[in-house]
Ligand binder design. Sequence first.
Ligand code: ADP
Length: 499
Amino acid sequence: MTDQTSIHILVVDDEEGIRTGAHRILTRMGCRVSQAANGAEGLKVIHADPPAIVLLDMKMPGIDGMEVLQRIQSLDREILVIVITGFATLETAVEAMKRGAYDFIPKPFTPDQLRIVINRAMEKVRLREQAEILARERERTMLDLDREQSRLRTIVDSLPSGLFVTNTEGVVVLMNPACRHHLHLAEEVATGMPIDAYIDDERFRDLVLDTSRGRYIDSEDIPPHEFSPAADKFLMARCQPVRGASGQCLGALVNLVDITTLKVLDRLKSEFVAKVSHELRSPLATIHEQLALVLSDMIGQASETDQHLLSRAKEKTQGLISLIGDLLDLSRIESGAICQALKPVQVEKLLADIVDFLQIRARTKRQTLEFAAPADALPPIKADPLALESIFGNLITNAINYTQEGGRIRVTVEPAGPNLRVQVMDNGFGIEPRHLDRIFERFFRVKNDRTRFITGTGLGLPIVKGLVDALGGLIQVESAPDAGSTFTVLIPTSAPADD
Ligand code: ADP
């Protein structure tokens, strides 16, 4: 902003006394002052070094004040002209104002009168400069915003994973090219339509709608969703609510990742495992039966050591047979051949039965096993009851196995938005953070002094996860060594029922 020192004022008057007087007063006010004795000289200064304010005498020999005013006006309308008039020429002042002069001062004037008029003009100059600065800043901000937006747009457009955003009604408002590519949509397919106009998958539609409408309080509760938009193409979708400044849900952000390669690899691995397991099952079953036969024939005839060795061999073959059973279960789940027999299931009833059944096992370890459900009946879910039994049976059995004698296990069920939340909590051995990501991998078992003697295959949790995924649900675990573990399963109440 211009400060007083830099305001340039030109005094154009043929009377030297007025020029020098004004020069003195204005310099003291901190202005830079130029002088001209007539109109022609004044115009020269204006050309060479344009002032902000001109003090212009109206009555001068040569080009008169009115003419100079007109030329200044045609040259630069921003220059403020204050005309100096004699008492007798008030009409001239009025005329000058009409032609664009900013103010006038009658001659003779006192220093104070001049100061007042000049201060007013300087204020105007300053205000105008401020307004210009503000306008420039505004323009720059708009430009920055525009640049920022186009930068973001470029980034979103060049993301390799598909991305789309919906509003609270589930209408797609933004979609990047990778999303169009993943969903096999033509380039010209525009946004602005409801989600089902782009993806024909009921469960996915419900998930996006529930997220868009803010039905998920905690984004951790939103299950990922796998689907196949075309033959031999698999996508994994993850939804997140988009929240406004005050936390309100504005819609959903959906990220689509192409997992086709992973799926193909996984399928090949599963097929191989299934084949090998299948080939091994019959000979193993035969060995097991024959060992049982030999053992029963040996009773009383062979030495105790021999009998012990054969019993151990029989136990080991039994272990291998159940391992193969688990592997075959897992490949069935992974190939999608499970969860076919869907019926309405009252989950609290199913859980109460499993807890009842496993009470004996808990009691042998003097553990407390309790179950809590809300007083009101929960909405039934449509699922394969055998799959649910397998999920919760495995989780509660693990809780019993990996909790010390006298420990406590608690099973709860409650509604959670569009899901049912089942939790299996124990105060047992817990799991170290570094193992938490791995416990759902096939054959992964934590080996430490406390778990070493617990038999297992490391296939229980992968089976549980496979079944939960097939139900469109989500499984999470929180655990700390020696503090216990909580396994949380979320099962959608509506989606599979609508299938
Ligand atoms: P398995 O029980 O046959 O070993 P799982 O797949 O069921 O196989 O579990 C994998 C591993 O996760 C277990 O070996 C155990 O170390 C750990 N684990 C599972 N559940 C619990 C639990 N409730 N508390 C502590 N550790 C657990």
